[in-house]
Design a protein. Sequence first.
Length: 317
Amino acid sequence: MGILKAALRGTVIASAVAAPLAASAQEFINVLTGGTSGVYYPMGVGLSDIYGNGIEGARTQVQSTKASVENLNLLQQGRGEIAFSLGDSVALAWEGDADAGFPEKLDQLRGIAGIYSNYIQLVALEESGAATLADLAGMGVSVGAPASGTELNARAILEAAGMSYEDLGKVEYLPFAESVELMKNRQLDATLQSAGLGVASIRDLSSSVPITVVEIPADVAESLGAPYQAATIPAGTYDGQEADVATVSIPNFLITHAGVSDETAYQMTKLLFENLDTLAASHQTASQISADTALDGMPIPLHPGAERYYREQGLLE
């Protein structure tokens, strides 16, 4: 796997949220997300509002990025205070895996919480005839934006199935929305998207053209191993999907860095769990978040501020 370009600066989409009037000093919290048609972005907007209203003196903004890999590199550079990332990307960043886009160990990363699982959602145009991974041979497929966790997932899935990009007819490295537009225009056959169930991009696609949700069988999940798990996309998740479809899932985490103060990290963690109903209004996937499972599989050390919160809740000794 070639070295990916990392730490490309994303586009700042949402700007400052008004700070509470009682604030005596101002603190900046940049929330690093993903593409605007994914799940990270609307959930990041929700977090930004929660933090802007709940942390005294906080000024927040949401930054749209290429997601996991870029987010982690930006955190290492101190160019964000909290970020969404896939679990395998976090583990590879902590190891310093150059092939995954991390030329050095990202030793400043610290954990806040495990949140929800991404589902690998491989969707093809119905007219393409693709129903299995093997059927994608010779077809045009978008594997996610460069330097993204989705693209790392795509490589891993194909390898576990005994395939590679060389087996595909055309490979496009595009964010979710752009992938969907090309499929609507019959310029691509399929897209692989790693996101929460009901992601807006695939809902848009399924409401526009007939699609097939392509199965990723359980033996692929077994071959991949942790942090991947066998999972199911329930029937009716997308228009025209009449049956459950086997796939794999992978946990997402909220990550910060060691330079964020203990008090801010504590407040970010506390407010997350105290405002889950509000966050679920940003995206339904937030309903999966629970403090009881927030530490499961955390691949890096917790931030001391987050650790304080979990101790208070009796979740750490």
